[in-house]
Design a protein around this ligand. Sequence first.
Ligand SMILES: [Zn+2]
Length: 210
Amino acid sequence: MTVWTEPPVGQWFVSADGVRWWFDSGDIALDFAYTGSMGDGRPEWELWNAPADLDRWVEERFGVRLDSSDADLRRAKRLRDAVAGLVTDVSQGRPQRPDQQQVVDRYAARPDVAPQLGAPVAPPTLDQVLASLAREAVHVLRDHADQIRECRGDRCAIVYLDTSRSANRRWCSMSRCGNRHKVRERRARLAALAATDPDPVRPDPTGEPA
Ligand SMILES: [Zn+2]
């Protein structure tokens, strides 16, 4: 990780059926990308509906309290959506789009959140936070592109950075797609067993004792 402050990674999502689940994306740059809909236009994935939402997200990770404007939010979303487009393309084996690379590179060229031994000399600005996120995105997209993967769950296109030691992470979350897969496997096993059972015990449809 190149971000000096080592911000915590992962965030809570609420699925369409109202279930809260924890998504560990594997990297702060992907967490950043996942504050929006990753380019598929589903408004329910948007976590940043107002500048205060951006400020809360930044405070939780960088410990700095901002007072962002609508224009700040637009700038942050522009960078975010570029990162989202790039990681999505990489996860699906497509080349990175130069216009999106340019957006990220422009932010990565600016001063980022400075490393400090003690209390910060000056609290970081939104631009420094965005520069740190852009630098981290460059690091991941350039040096770890082969670890950017798409969840293998049915109808799940969530992208994560596989940081597992064995490099075999398959799911966005074990408690979500991993669990669904286990349930489906168990059902298929039971169905296969029932099909091969020569004398299956079936409930008496009349409900009368034999
Ligand atoms: Zn999934």
